[in-house]
Design a protein around this ligand. Sequence first.
Ligand SMILES: [Zn+2]
Ligand SMILES: [Zn+2]
Length: 240
Amino acid sequence: MNEYKKLIGDLHSHTIVSGHAYGTIRENARAAADIGLEILGITEHGPGIPGTCDPFYFCNLKAIPRELYGVKIMIGCEINVLNEGKLSLDQRWIDRLDYGIAGIHLLCYKDCGKEGNTENLISCMKNEKIKIVSHPDDDHTPLDYEKLAIAAKEYGVALEVNNSSLLKPDHRINCFENYKTMLEWCEKTGAMIVIDSDAHDPSAVGRTDKAFELVKQYNFPEEQILNNDLHKILRFMGKE
Ligand SMILES: [Zn+2]
Ligand SMILES: [Zn+2]
C-alpha cells in the first residue's frame, strides 16, 4: 500500500449554530490545532435543517478571525440541495461565504430517482461558490457516480468521503459500496475528492481515519486528494 501524506485540513465541521452540534468555533479550532491540522472549515447547515441558524447569521462572517490557535479558518455553509435543483440559501448570503458545500439531506429533500437526484445535485454544483459535495453516498437518494464525477471535474468541485457516514453505515444505505464506485469514477475522470469528518462535536474534528482507510485501501491517486496540502486547498478554493 502507498505511503500517503497526512491530511492537514478538515473542510466540513459544525458548531452549536447548526442546532444539533455541540461545540463553538473556538472549541473546534482548538481541537483542530491539537490534532495538528493547518486549516479548518466551519460549515453550518443552511436553511431546511430544523434548528439551524437564520440566514442573517451569514451577514457578519468577516467578524470571525481567519486564524485561531495557528489554524487557518474558512467559513462555509453546508447548503441543502432542494428538489428543484436549487440551493436552500439565497445567493446574497452565498456571496459572503468563503466556500459552499452542497448536500442532499432527507429532512428537506424527496428522492426522485438516480437520474433526477444526479441532475438536481449537478445543477447546484454549477454555482461558483460550491467547492464540495457532502456525503454523496446514500441509496436513500441514489446517484449516478459517472455523471457526478464528470461534473465534479468540469465545475471544479471535490466529492467528499465522509467519515461520519462510515461510522453509522446503518443510516446511509450502501455507503461503503457507493464510495468505491465513486472513487473509481473520480480516478477515471480526474475529479478531486476530499476526506472530511463532518464533526458535530469538537471531539470529532479532524477524525477521518475510517474514510482515509477506505481511500488508501482503494489505492486512490494521492494528487486527487484535496486536503493533504494547504496550497492545493487554497488554490482549489480560489483563495490563492
Ligand atoms: Zn450533511
Ligand atoms: Zn455536515
